[in-house]
Design a protein around this ligand. Structure first.
Ligand code: SAM
Ligand code: DTB
Ligand code: SF4
Length: 354
């Protein structure tokens, strides 16, 4: 019988696959914690400099009053979260905010709108925002809900680099969290964004009362897409008073780290973003997430409607952990180490330090 040497397993782990089985992924998730982290950290080092973390900044360009009923969200008109709805921001205010984010070290600007999908009358402004932020020399990302092919083409022409559209959880658990659109709707938008040649940002939320199997299944869905999303945000639920998920039992932080590690192993060349929920995480938990392969964060004082650690806290954490930001050249494409797509061949490259 053929036995795999540690070196051949390293090689296998580092090569992107799209044929993950639930059983295989669940087996990894359930490894002894030290073995799982060692596997994930080894994969991480194959493709990325483990001491560099990409920094994105978010802005809510249209807040609240959303027609969707996502059970976690402060912005849904279905829940009494007390959030005040506002209109789409002025283009020049968005560009001014992006300029400040760039000065604070962010390389990617992510603009989010509380829409089921954009209305045609909003698209002119949205396109102007993409063009303006792009002209600052930043990477652009938008999350606007579902898109028509015409919307996608306009965003692509305007210079949109990434489209964020999360699958949020497993297909099974999805309908317990959101009833106003389906899991298949989400996958359809993702496929059409990909087809148009844009980079994909898609992940989910951990800590919504899902089972371990739901977490594993969510990652199997993402990792078995034809191409891995270049960016995989893993959010920890921020409990919003007045939403159906307020009062959900907090996830064991160890399980959160396991999810990050599994995402890293299953999508070895993607950026795994430690996203919402960092204000509730200890520095030690964040450090473990970085060790397990998270290599991107949201910076700044706010996410969309909730708090984020802010510049001073993150600067202090980076200093204590010996971490550094990543510039756009190094973070362009799906991976910093070899400048190819999330699924292309890998080799050690310029973004790795010794
Ligand atoms: N309306 C668009 C949509 O749903 O695609 C874009 C904005 S939406 C707020 C973007 C993502 O933020 C959601 O898909 C979800 O994964 C994440 N998110 C929203 N509220 C959250 C919360 N309370 N805790 C953690 N993540 C959250
Ligand atoms: C993602 O996965 N997380 C970000 C971004 N993509 C759009 C949003 C987090 C939102 C957290 C709750 C809030 O601030 O309203
Ligand atoms: Fe609307 Fe997006 Fe919030 Fe869902 S997550 S309610 S679609 S803003």
């Amino acid at each position: 019988m053929l036995t795999r040497t540690p070196a051949s397993r390293e090689r296998d782990d580092a090569t992107p696959r799209h044929d993950w089985t639930r059983a295989g992924a669940a087996q990894l998730y359930g490894l002894p914690f030290n073995d799982l982290l060692f596997r994930a950290a080894t994969v991480h080092r194959t493709h990325f400099d483990p001491n560099r973390v990409q920094r994105s900044q978010l802005l809510s360009i249209k807040t609240g009053g959303c027609a969707e009923d996502c059970g976690y969200c402060s912005q849904s008109a279905h829940h009494a979260s007390g959030l005040k709805a506002s209109k789409l921001m002025e283009v020049r205010s968005v560009i001014e905010a992006a300029r400040k984010a760039k000065a604070g070290g962010a390389t990617r600007y992510c603009m989010g709108a509380a829409w089921r999908e954009p209305k045609q009358r909003d698209m002119d402004a949205v396109v102007a925002m993409v063009e303006g932020v792009k002209a600052l020399g930043m990477e652009t990302c938008m999350t606007l809900g579902m898109l028509t092919d015409t919307d996608i083409a306009r965003l692509k022409t305007a210079g949109l680099d990434y489209y964020n559209h999360n699958i949020d959880t497993s297909e099974r658990y999805y309908s317990e969290i959101i009833t106003t659109r389906t899991f298949a709707d989400r996958l359809d938008t993702l496929a059409r964004v990909r087809e148009a040649g844009m980079k994909v940002c898609s992940g989910g939320i951990i800590g919504m009362g899902e089972t371990e199997t739901d977490r594993v299944d969510m990652l199997v869905t993402l990792a078995n897409l034809e191409e891995h999303p270049e960016s995989v945000p893993i959010n920890m639920l921020i409990e919003i008073p007045g939403t159906p998920l307020a009062g959900t039992a907090r996830i064991d932080p160890i399980d959160f780290v396991r999810t990050i590690a599994l995402a890293r192993i299953m999508m070895p060349r993607s950026f795994v973003r430690l996203s919402a929920g960092r204000t509730e995480m200890t520095d030690e938990l964040q450090a473990l997430c970085f060790f397990a392969g998270a290599n991107s964060i949201f910076v700044g004082e706010t996410l969309l409607t909730t708090d984020n650690p802010g510049e001073d806290k993150d600067a202090d954490l980076f200093r204590r952990l010996g971490l550094d930001g990543l510039d756009i050249e190094a973070s362009d494409g799906a991976n910093a180490a070899d400048g190819a797509s999330a699924d292309g061949p890998g080799c050690h490259g310029h973004a790795r330090s010794a």
